[in-house]
Ligand binder design. Structure first.
Ligand code: TXA
Ligand code: MG
Length: 317
């Protein structure tokens, strides 16, 4: 197989303009932050976000952090709080991510939050990231810019080696200073340290004026199904449906008659882009069961099947 050469974009206005243009057209652009290089996509574009998961080759969907140019832009998407204000004043721009309740009017893709009602937001300090976010003028979803299971990239060359032509362009801003990912603080309920990182727990406790609870398991959402807050439809889910039964809501894939079709032409990126939205839509109807066509178990189909089998698993409590 031959690969198109990846565009390496200069850390200069022409590079930011090109990168912003690529993001606007649904492409993936890797860019430096002060922590690690991020694999960026327009957070409002379902298909672009689906392509992040495809490029990383992760076998499941985990929620992504959305990067913003300033706190005002953040506030259009989350329910802001006094604690958020204090932490933002102290540490933004910088390596701190806040998880806050998503607000009703937000147009962030459901795939970004993997169906959760909360959103992880961050305002990076790296001048190149800030220049890109300012020119693009929109929210950028970005996990670390490496293939699943590989180490996080701190130089443009690492990104190219890991992702090859799965990324459309890399904005080369040199080496990242911090080298470890941002600290993640959950502010949905009581403040909780979800992932240790570039800002210490002590520094955060000091700003909040009290000790902060710690989650034992560092990367909490690495197993989304274990999270009680993770989106599960109210309706039951029946997988691998090759025929429909009376009264079921029908979620199709491929050339089938159904209520909503994840992808009539069997395109797995399109199916991933629609998955959470269509589950929500069918769940809002009267049916007590959502039946789903078989989804091929390769590429993004692995992550889609992972999510569907969690939705179909017997409920706890
Ligand atoms: O430094 C960083 O944060 C880098 C740079 C690129 O900004 N990004 C990064 O993203 O580390 P990623 O995708 O590798 O880590 C995202 C993690 C998820 O694994 C999950 O633990 C947490 O953020 N997360 C995202 N949304 C969440 C949510 N709504 N609730 C709880 N945790 C969330
Ligand atoms: Mg990562």
């Amino acid at each position: 197989m031959t690969f198109d050469p990846i565009q390496t974009l200069p850390d200069a206005p022409a590079g930011y303009a090109r990168a912003a243009k690529l993001l606007q057209t649904g492409k993936l652009v890797a860019f430096p932050t002060e922590t690690v290089y991020g694999l960026g996509a327009d957070a409002r574009n379902d298909t672009a976000v689906a392509r992040i998961f495809e490029a990383k080759g992760r076998p499941s969907f985990n929620p992504l952090i959305v990067h913003f140019v300033d706190a005002d832009a953040v506030k259009q998407h989350v329910l802001w709080s006094e604690q958020a204000e204090r932490l933002a004043n102290a540490f933004w721009p910088g390596p701190l991510t806040l998880v806050l309740p998503k607000c009703g009017g937000s147009n962030i893709s459901r795939l970004v939050t993997a169906g959760l009602d909360s959103l992880a937001v961050r305002m990076p300090a790296h001048p190149t990231a800030r220049a890109l976010l300012s020119v693009f003028d929109g929210p950028v979803a970005a996990p670390s810019a490496n293939r699943s299971g590989q180490i996080s990239p701190t130089q443009a060359g690492h990104v190219v080696n890991s992702l090859e032509s799965r990324v459309d362009a890399v904005l080369d801003g040199g080496a990242c200073e911090v080298g470890v990912e941002s600290t993640i603080i959950g502010l949905v309920d009581k403040p909780v340290l979800l992932r240790p990182g570039g800002v210490t727990a002590e520094a955060i406790s000091e700003v909040l004026g009290g000790p902060i609870a710690e989650r034992k398991n560092a990367d909490v959402i690495s197993a989304p199904g274990q999270l009680s807050s993770h989106y599960a439809p109210n309706a039951g889910v029946r997988l691998n449906a090759t025929e429909w039964r009376d009264g079921e809501a029908r979620l199709g894939f491929g050339d089938v008659e159904c209520d909503l079709n994840l992808s009539p032409h069997e395109d797995l990126v399109e199916a991933a882009a629609r998955l959470f939205d269509y589950l929500h839509q069918l769940d809002a109807g009267d049916a007590t069961t959502i039946a789903v066509s078989p989804i091929p178990h390769h590429g993004l189909g692995v992550a889609i099947n992972d999510r569907l089998s969690r939705a179909a698993a017997p409920r706890q409590g």
